[in-house]
Design a protein. Sequence first.
Length: 432
Amino acid sequence: MGTDAVAVIGFVSLFALMLLRVPVGMAMGLIGVSGYAYLVGAGPALKLVGQTSMRTVTDYTFGVIPMFLLMGAFVSTSGVSRELFRAANTFVGHLRGGLGFATVAACGGFAAISGSSVATAATFSTVAYPEMRRHNYPQSFSTGVIAAGGTLGAMLPPSTVLAVYGIITQQDIGKLFMAGILPGILAMSMYIATIVIIGLVRPDFLPSGPRANWEERVKGIRDVWAPLVLFLFVIGGLYGGLFTPTEAGGMGAGGAFVLGVLRGRLSRADIRHSLLQATRTAAAVFTVLIGALLFGYFLTITQTPQKVTTFLTGLGLGRYGVLALIMVMYIILGCLMDAMAMIILTVPIIFPVITELGFDPIWFGVIIVMTVELGLIHPPVGMNVFVIKSVVKDVSFATIFKGVLPFVVTDIIRLIILIAFPMIALWLPSQM
């Protein structure tokens, strides 16, 4: 049997295992090792399993993932999300749709120190949703803005998805983090603009709340000094060249721990919970990474990336035509898979195409993560939608998807803007 036939059977088998709900990392590892064993031999394949697993869990560069996950766990456990929402609400809560503005701003602040879209969506389902419902905001809008705001965790540093992309493609993770800042700010601005437009088109749809006095606003700002200092410390150290990304993760985790303890927000039980949470998440990520690396060896020996590159570049669509085709593929995959699985499964195949076409790999990292964000909120899967539904029991999937549709349109427009103006993503990395 030729390598092309083996590759096709491998992909079909992989998707079959995923449909049978076999964990993505396990499925990729199993198919990768089986295909490699068929083509090269069982002995080399088994050696590959041991070497890849050991190299992955002991690689210094990969330490960026558990460190930033631990920082996010400490921050989440210490109640920062509620403080961020309360502070933002004191400034904009009195405006029409003001609680929506506050939710987007607080999601951005929380995402900037947690790095997880799912964690952001889950957290603000408990923080922002009850407050919006108490002020008579519609269910669809309340859940839609939380789902959209949650996607900021995939873009704003420290983003776990960007870190994994950097590891797979061997790009500078620090530059990838910097590249996500301006697009993340653009996303927040466009989400807020979307809420303003909704309020203008349907004046009676979004209520307004009472205006806070300056004493309450000052108190709100005073409550959020800790996450602000932590973010500036970590990102400033990265931008200034004081830390490598892995060191920045360690400093961030240590800083979050110290700030939580000094402020009395982390008890012994909270610390233990944070450590367990970060360990479980890191173990899941590393399992997927190891599976992806094993599957990558299988792809390499079948020369699948080179053949896909030759096929796509030979279609005669031009650079941007091929890029559009890749983006459509990711949007379709978003209906079937979660963000991390999409990145890990497809980047080893697509990345050679992007480099062959002459696109900047740092810029493409931002574009691909932004497209993956769409998968987090658009039907029929929408991971953030499922997370919100699991927390907010009294709302239907149809209601959440109805509320999130305006933000899906906003994300598509933002994707077009970033493709047209790549310097939005590349300016900060170019200054490092």
